[in-house]
Structures are given as C-alpha cells and as structure tokens.
Design a protein around this ligand. Sequence first.
Ligand code: UT7
Length: 389
Amino acid sequence: MRYAQITGWGRYVPSKVMTNLDLEKLVNTSDEWIRTRTGIAERRIGTPRDTTSSMALRAAQAALQVADLPPSKVDLVIVATLSPDYPMPATASLVQDALGASRAGAFDLNAGCSGFVYALSVGASMITGGLYQTVLVIGSDTVSRFVDWTDRGTCVLFGDGAGAVVLQESALPTGLRSCILGSDGSGAESLIIPAGGARSPATVDTVEARQHFIKMGGNEVFRFAVSAMCRASLQVIKQAGLEPDEIDLIIPHQANVRIIQAAAKSLGLPMEKFFVNVDRYGNTSAASIPIALCEAIEQGRVKPGDKLLFVGFGAGLTWAASVFEWGVGAELRPAPWWKSIVNTVIEREAGVRSFALRTGRRLDAVWRRNGFGGDNGYADGQNGSKHLR
Ligand code: UT7
C-alpha cells in the first residue's frame, strides 16, 4: 500500500503591509467595522515585483528545502490559483521552469479559495495511485490585482500570498485519510470576475464598467460558507472513521473569523481547535490554508499522529475538506551552512537552463528559416511554420 505524506512546507507573503487604517484613507470604512465584521487587522499586498508565480516559487523553494529535496526530484507541480499570471500559459509551468524542476509536469487548478484542498487531493491521489512519487502542491494568489479598490464591500477582505507543500510517497500508513470535493455552480454569480474570460473578453466597455474586478454577494457567500464548512467537515470526519472531537487541529480557509466561529459553534467544537491567522493576512484565497499550516507547524501545533482537518470554500461555488494524518516530525532542522550555497547554485542553474532552452529555441527557428533544418515534422520540411503532418 502506498501513502502520500507531507514532507516539506513553505510560505511566502509580500513585505508590504496594508492596515485597516490605510484602508480608511481609500474607502468609507473604519478599523472598528473591519475588525468586528471580519476579524482582519491587516493584510499583505504584493509589490509590482510580486506575482502569483514569483510568490509560488518562493513558497515552493522553502518547501523543498524543508523536505531536503532538489527540484529535479519533483514529478508534478500543481498550482491552485484564481489569479494566474496569464490566461495562458499555466502559472505552474512558470514555476516549474524557474524552480528547475526539469522532469516535472505542471498544471493550474482553479477551484477558487477551495483550490489548495482540491490540489492536495489530486496530488495525493497521483502518488497513492502509483503514478508519481513526489508532487509539489502550491496555493498562490495575488487577489489584490483583481480587487476594486473603490468597493468597500470587498477590498477590505483580501490579501496576497503563497503556501506550498511537498507530497512524497511513504510506506507509513498516514497522509490523506478522507476527502470531499464539492461544487454548486448555480452560485457562480455570487463570487465572480465577470469579464476578461472567453464569455466576455476585455473591451473598453468592460473596463469602464469595472467588470474585471471581483463582484461578491457578501451575505450570500457568508451563509453558504458556514453551511458548506459544517457539512463538508462532518462528512469527511465520518468518512475517516472519526468523531469530531478526535480531530486535533482544524485549518480552515481564512476568510472571516465570524465564519470560523459560526462553523465551530455549529460543529460543537471549541475555537482552540481552529487555527486562525486571518487577522494578519486577510483572505489570501488558495494560499490561506497552506500559509496557516506553515504557521501552525512553526507554533508547534502539529505533531506526528495528529489528525488535521483542512476545509475550504469559495468561488464556484466550491467547497473541499480532507482529513490528513500527519506523519513526519514537524520540527525544523537547522540547515547546514553549505545548504544555502547549494540552493543558490540550484536557483542559478534553473535560470541558466531556462535561458539556454529559450536561446536554443530561437537559434533553431533562425536555422530552419535559413533552410538548414532537417525533417522537423512539418509537411514542408523547411520552416516549420505551416502544415502539421
Ligand atoms: O473566500 C470566500 C470569499 N468571501 C467571503 O468569505 C465573504 C463572506 N462574507 C462576509 O465575510 C461578510 O458578508 C462581509 C464581511 C463581506 C460583510 O459583512 P456583513 O456583516 O455581512 O455586512 P453586510 O454586507 O450585511 O453590510 C452591513 C453594512 C451595510 O450598510 P447598511 O446597508 O446596513 O447601511 C454595508 O454597506 O455594512 C456596510 N459595509 C461597510 N461599512 C464599513 C459593507 N462593507 C463595509 C466596510 N466598511 N468595509
């Protein structure tokens, strides 16, 4: 029997802090309103240099460092995100290249803020199913780029960041014990970026109508979130053959502390069982659960044998929950002095490799354009520009 265990974890948040007081200068809101209605005190906002892929890369590098694995050992990179760098290519491919994960496949997964729990179950299934041995699962979002900074109903809620875990094949009977993935697309319009996709491509009109920003029915999403969290949690706990009080730590999607409190009450569990850091980061979408997991580990709240419950909800509408049995020591071993040199070499090597591949591709195009190419799989056998065989 094969199991998939988390052996590495890492997070990255931008250095720029935006407090509620900063928001008071932008929209008609108050620190008091934001704190009492959401529990948020501050959030991180990406600088122009921070992108979904760059944050994902930093989190992934940290996770590989903890797992003590070189990028060349990674079989698959999954990036859960609703704010990819581009509509295409996938952000995961950019991360795979920058990381130097030369053997890895890569794809993005969009399940809104539930994305990380979805991606974790996909990655774990790839391992337990025997396809892969090492999967990098990343949640990364730069939601601030899609927030309407004139809409007080949404702009106070979100922040940017990334979190990553390394999943590895293990013989130890731990890891993913149960999982529920859910969707109710009839609620798609409750949380949506209406334009910029194939249904409503970007035009001057869509931009003027501010259709490229997040639109949200806050009350509707709130009610959905509480009930989805409770239903999915109870289902997944039962599926794992456990009772709610046997769960050691619940790491919920961090959207609003009132949603977490309402879910705790409805599940009959004390708030101490829930990890909460929404006060410092706001809602970082697909990154919120892995960032919270990293902080829970740093605070010594995760031990081998612990049963963790991850539960998320978000745009779709979607929800996802999983019970995960922790199997490795979570203490951070201090890295030997030479490790940072090795890591720098690996990072540089990834950059050089990427540059060499790009240059090779360009030279090849020039070579063929000048009639020097051999059989390249194209019917005209010359410039590779027209007819695929
Ligand atoms: O990952 C999933 C993402 N989304 C969520 O999880 C969001 C779920 N929903 C929520 O967290 C809450 O519904 C909000 C925090 C968005 C709103 O809290 P609420 O307690 O549901 O407030 P409300 O929408 O019922 O609004 C109450 C009042 C309204 O004023 P009136 O109509 O009563 O005069 C709003 O206009 O609060 C007003 N309001 C604000 N006031 C100051 C809304 N946003 C703000 C604001 N500052 N930022």
